[in-house]
Design a protein. Sequence first.
Length: 314
Amino acid sequence: MSNRLLLSFCLVTGLALGCDEASGGDGQGSVQTDAAQTDAGAADGALDNVMPGSRDHVFLLRVLQFAREDEGRSAGFNLDDVITEQGSETGCGHEDFTSPTGDQGVDNQFSQLLPLIEQFGGMAIETYGQSAINSGNLLLMVELSGVDDPQNDEQVTMSIYRGLGAPLLGTNDLIEPWQTFDIDLETHWLRTEEARIVDGHLEMTGLDFTFPFYIFDFMFEITLKNARFSIRLDEDARHIGKLAGSISIENMLQIADNIEGGDMLPGLIRNIGTTLADMDPDEEGACQSISTTMNFETVGAFFYEDTPRPQSGD
Ligand SMILES: [Ca+2]
Ligand SMILES: [Ca+2]
């Protein structure tokens, strides 16, 4: 088995479990229930109204991009629950952003580092990421079950698998909707009952979310700590969502140190990345992580009828 398959995807609850101990490196998820194990979509007729044709309520992330800052505005969440002004004691003194809808306190410091990485590192990060999605190397697929009300449901089960297959692209160079895939049983997966739907938005909080990132043939893992998801559920499964959390400087350096030709990146992240860090202060108050937000777009998809769902203990 390639490292790419083995390491490609891990998503666990952040409460007590680390990625490795929860998943054991053998494809076992950390949170799952009997109810979610079989026939996940059978009881979910309500969602057919919002996702026609998606009997099992499956969708895949076909676009995944970092959220950019524009004149103090950025998509994202108030991850640390404080509104930080420039120079104030919280958030290592980095001023928060305002969301496009006017919410204050949005943490997305990576938006300040990304243009520097692109400029000085010569990295078109999002181009690499899109190539990985389009080639089928990074098919993040979500399956919902236990949905009683597609607008407001306090408890739904959400599974995230890595899809297997070669997706067909449309003329827009994005994955076409309603294609059928297998589930990669050889890699990490998640099933949690802790998701909920609030005013038509699927929400999850408090997770550590690790996913693969590809630059050419090199695969790295990025861990979004204490991640938050919000996905607006739309009628044809073309959902729009955002995913945010914090990435440690250490994690970024692990990646930067191994990128061939990216000689300036480690120094850039050691110096400027450390300066920009706004989360996880150590005992001296120096922040160790950078808040990050990604926007994504989904399309509806299917799993083959005979594709098995991974089970705890497999
Ligand atoms: Ca904040
Ligand atoms: Ca902040």
